[in-house]
Design a protein around this ligand. Structure first.
Ligand code: MTE
Ligand code: CO
Length: 422
C-alpha cells in the first residue's frame, strides 16, 4: 500500500470512530447521524440466556447463517448428477485451505462407499514383487504432510468462447486446496521394486469408472502421494475415502480417488478417455496431448458477481487466489481498468509450490465502475496470459486448460458481472 492510501485509510477510520461507529457502518447515514444503535445500547437475548452445551454437535457444522457457502452445480452442464461436477464456493472463502465439506467434486460414476476394512491397494506389473496393501499396512510407512491444489482440467472450460457463467464459483471453482497426510508413492514403489523396463505407472480407482490414467514413472517417484487424510481428518467419501492419489501441480483427473491398483508398465495406456476427452483441440484441428501440468492462473474472488461490494466509496479489500502447477507464485498484479494499468497485490504468505496463494489489494474505491483483473506470475517467470493471447494459440474450440486472465465488470452499484475485454 502506498503512503498516501495508508494515510487516507487512517483518516477515514478516524472519521468513522469520531462519529461513534465502525468503519463499515460509516456510510450508513442513520448511525452516522448519532441515532442510538440498540445492538450497542440494549442487552441482547444471546447475553441473557444460556448457549448450547458441548454435547449439542459432536461433529460441528457451519452456523445456519452461512448456509449459502456451499458447493453448487450447473444442472445443464451434465446430463445427470452421477457423472458430474460441482463447484467450490471460492467467492465466499478466505485464506487458502478449502474445507472438505465445500470442496468441489468430480465423479465419472458417482462417489462410492468403501470401508477401510475392505480397502486394498495392489502394485503389480514390472516389479520384483507384486504387493497388496491394506489400509493398516499403509499407516505403517513413514508419512508426510503437504498442501497442494487440485484443479480439474475443465476448470474455466466454459469460458473459452465467451463470458459464460456469472460467478467465480462457476468459472473457477473446480479447484480445492488441502493439507494431505500420506505416504510418498515412491516408498511403496521401492517396496515392490520397479524393474528397469518400468517407465510408467497406470493408476486406477475402485469405482465403476476406475478413471484409469497413466503417469510417467519420473513423476510417480518425485512428489506423488498416496494420501489418507485431508486437512487433518479422514478423506470425505466424495474425495476418495479411504485413500486417494495426490499428483501435485498436475490436472485433477490424475488424482485417482478410491485408489485400488498401480501397474508399472513400459509405456502409457492409450485409453479412449485420454485420447478423446483429455486432449485439447486447437484451431487448426490438431490436438495438444499430454497436457498434465496446470499453468499459472489467478482469480479475483471478491468483489465478484456472487460477492458484490456492499458499501460506498472508501476502503475496499480486493482479494483472490493464485496458483501454478510449475512451482510457487511469486507475484500477483491487479488491474482496475481491464489490464491497462496494474498494481502489485500483497501476498498473504509467500507462495508455496503447487498450492493456492491468497492475495490482497488493500485499496480505496472511488465508487466508479471497474474492470477488475488479476494476473499471476510463478517462479519460472511465466506470466498468466490474456484470453486473446490464449485464443491466438489454441483457438476457441478448447475446453481444457483455460488459464486466461478473468475480467469482472464492477458497476457503480457494487454489483459485478462476468465480461470480456478486447
Ligand atoms: N478418481 C476416480 N476413481 N473416479 C473419478 O471419477 N475423477 C477425477 C479425479 N479422480 C475421478 C477420480 C477428476 S476428473 C478430478 S477433477 C478429480 O478426481 C476431482 O477430485 P475431487 O472430486 O476430490 O474434487
Ligand atoms: Co477433472
Amino acid at each position: 500500500m502506498s503512503e498516501t492510501s495508508k494515510n487516507s485509510r487512517r483518516s477515514f477510520l478516524k472519521g468513522a470512530a469520531a462519529a461513534g461507529v465502525g468503519a463499515v457502518a460509516a456510510a450508513t447515514t442513520a448511525r452516522a447521524q448519532g441515532t442510538p444503535d440498540p445492538l450497542i445500547t440494549e442487552v441482547q437475548p444471546w447475553a441473557t440466556g444460556l448457549g448450547d452445551g458441548v454435547d449439542a454437535t459432536p461433529y460441528g457444522l457451519p452456523i445456519e447463517y452461512e448456509a449459502d457457502v456451499v458447493r453448487r452445480n450447473v444442472p445443464w452442464l451434465t446430463a445427470d448428477p452421477i457423472s458430474s461436477i460441482n463447484f467450490t464456493p471460492i467467492h465466499a472463502l478466505d485464506g487458502t485451505i478449502t474445507p472438505q465439506g465445500c470442496a468441489f467434486e468430480r465423479h465419472h460414476s458417482g462417489a462410492i462407499d468403501l470401508r477401510k476394512e475392505d480397502y486394498r491397494l495392489m502394485i503389480n506389473g514390472l516389479v520384483d514383487q507384486p504387493l497388496v496393501f491394506t489400509y493398516e499396512d499403509l499407516e505403517r510407512f513413514a508419512r508426510i504432510n503437504r498442501v497442494f491444489f487440485c484443479e480439474c482440467a475443465a476448470n474455466t472450460g466454459m469460458e473459452w468462447a465467451g463470458a459464460q457463467l456469472n460467478g467465480a464459483q462457476f468459472t473457477h471453482g473446480m479447484i480445492h486446496n488441502m493439507e494431505y497426510s500420506g505416504v510418498p508413492l515412491r516408498t511403496l514403489l521401492e517396496e515392490a521394486g520397479v524393474k528397469p523396463e518400468g517407465k510408467w505407472v497406470y493408476v486406477e480407482g475402485a469405482d465403476a469408472s476406475s478413471n484409469g490414467r497413466s503417469i510417467p514413472l519420473e513423476k510417480a517417484l518425485d512428489d506423488v502421494l498416496v494420501a489418507f487424510k485431508a486437512n487433518g481428518e479422514a478423506l470425505r467419501k466424495e474425495h476418495g475415502y479411504p485413500v486417494r492419489l495426490v499428483v501435485p501441480g498436475w490436472e485433477g483427473n490424475m488424482w485417482i480417488k478410491w485408489l485400488r491398483r498401480i501397474e508399472v508398465m513400459e509405456g502409457p495406456v492409450e485409453s479412449r478417455e485420454e485420447t478423446s476427452k483429455y486432449t485439447d483441440t486447437l484451431a487448426n484441428g490438431t490436438s495438444r496431448k499430454w497436457t498434465w501440468v496446470m499453468d499459472a492462473k489467478s482469480i479475483v474472488t471478491s468483489p465478484s458477481p456472487q460477492a458484490p461490494i456492499k458499501h460506498g466509496p472508501g476502503p475496499l479489500v480486493i482479494t483472490g487466489l493464485a496458483w501454478s502447477g510449475r512451482g510457487a507464485i511469486k507475484r500477483v498484479d491487479v488491474s482496475k481498468d481491464g489490464g491497462k494499468t496494474w498494481e502489485t497485490a500483497r501476498l498473504a504468505n509467500p507462495g508455496q509450490p503447487m498450492a493456492l496463494t491468497r492475495f490482497y489489494l488493500d485499496t480505496s474505491w472511488d465508487g466508479k465502475e471497474m474492470l477488475l483483473q488479476a494476473r499471476a506470475m510463478d517462479e519460472t517467470g511465466y506470466v498468466q496470459p490474456t484470453k486473446k493471447m490464449l485464443r491466438e494459440v489454441r483457438g476457441e474450440n478448447s475446453v481444457y486448460h483455460n488459464n486466461c486472465i478473468q475480467t469482472w465488470w464492477v458497476k457503480e452499484t457494487g454489483e459485478a458481472e462476468n465480461v470480456e475485454v478486447s
